[in-house]
Write a protein that binds this ligand. Sequence first.
Ligand code: ASP
Length: 342
Amino acid sequence: MNNKPAILLIYTGGTIGMVKDFKTGALRAFNFDQLVERIPELHMLDCSIETYSFETPIDSSDMNPDHWVKMAQVIEDNYEQFDGFVILHGSDTMSYSASALSFMLENVHKPVILTGSQLPIGDLRTDAKENLITAIQVAAIQENNIPVIQEVCLYFEYKLYRGNRTSKVSAELFNAFTSPNIPHLAESGVNLRINKPLLNYAQPQSPFTVHKQMSTNVMILKMFPGIQQNVLEAILNIKDLEGIVLETYGAGNAPTEPWFLTTLGEAIKKGLKVINVTQCSSGSVHMGKYETSTELKEIGVISGKDITTEAAITKLMYLLTKTDYSDFKVAFEAPICGEMEE
Ligand code: ASP
């Protein structure tokens, strides 16, 4: 009997599987079977690996909620047969996808690890092999036949992160991701060190449920000194707009000019959901700490606390399709799967 953990490797595209177009020199996605052939080491791992490839692998800049639904569907269809899932994904939007999937895969009791690379797998100096091999190893870790990781994670350059806590921070370094507000969950050195107290577990009895609706009537608005009333009005008047993530300054501060607060306040009264996240690369929103955020709180702006912009926009997309809460603000301000502080 084969007791080795069974891992499903899902290929969506990204640099990891790209080749240079020999005419233009630009990188484009290529056939996944060739990718597996390029890493014979995969056969040496102590788990069985099956693969599933998107029909048309994409550069992750083309990522959209339909692709998230497809990934979630593949995981749902194969949930019973496999012990863990590794998703190969372009790094550009990997944090968005990891965040989205963390909400869509409710009560996941198995590891879902997203990884990719900064250089293609065929490149001599590639970071792809380490990322891929260790991501699979992490997905295969079990204790008493039960997966140790039971959440959506991102593995990159020797570190395992909670997926919905990450942001891509470098287009250059192999160390391309950060988890600004919580430590990484594991680190790969000579040994793989897992920070067990940080791991998230859904209630054992709670059923795995896949959510496939995401609203796209959302946007991200970054504050900048000099923003004009006509700009804000034009944005808030977008037809069907349901929610915005407002990237504010520091601990959640924004202009106190009356036109700003009135325009925003009226939109909120009409039903628009406005989430306050900080445009700082770490830290948390505390509305009311400064006068410049007190009024935001009063007009009904929702606190994103220490959530990343990537997790905020995908949580908004997710929650806007739900009706099983009495108050949207309360629902947003409560962590669903470790994406924000309590
Ligand atoms: N543009 C690529 C993508 O996100 C970059 C990468 O894979 O790292 O698909």
